[in-house]
Each structure stands twice: as structure tokens, then as C-alpha cells.
Design a protein around this ligand. Sequence first.
Ligand code: ZN
Length: 98
Amino acid sequence: MLITCPYCGPRDVIEFTYQGDGNRERPDPASQNFEAWNAYVYDRLNPAGDHNEIWQHSGGCRAHLRVVRNTLTHEILSVAFVRGAHTSTARRKAEDRS
Ligand SMILES: [Zn+2]
């Protein structure tokens, strides 16, 4: 599986470290809503299809990336920096998928 880092270009998945589900929203640190914290810590989506994930290019530029990956085919649909100044993305066009 290849992941196209917006900074480094296409690289083998062995250079990346999975950082978790990209859909989680961290509760306010001052919040004492234990149900929200419990959901943040333990609940995970397990979709059969497109999934929003966080990966780190740990063997390269060390950037944190938001990757949309199809869990059935492992097709990478989009890659973008999680934060910041970088705006480049590597998105496959819908017509490329078939
Ligand atoms: Zn990189």
C-alpha cells in the first residue's frame, strides 16, 4: 500500500505509523462529562468502506496526515496534513476510481 505524503510524495506504508480514528472529537479538557470522555477514549468506528484516519509519516517528514482509506480495498482516497499552513492535498478524482 502506498500513501502519498503531501510533502514527500508516494511512499510505502512501512514508513507510516497509524495514529488512530480521525473522527474522534476530544471533549473540553475542563469537562467532567464522563460519558463524553468514555466515548472519546474507548469508542471506535469500524466501517466497511471509507474511513477517516490519522497517520504519521514517522519514517519521513514526521507530519501527521489525515488519510481517507477504504477499509475493504485499502484504496487511499485522500491525504492531507492534519493541521496548518500546508494546504496541498493528494486526492484521487472520483473518475479515477473504478
Ligand atoms: Zn512526508
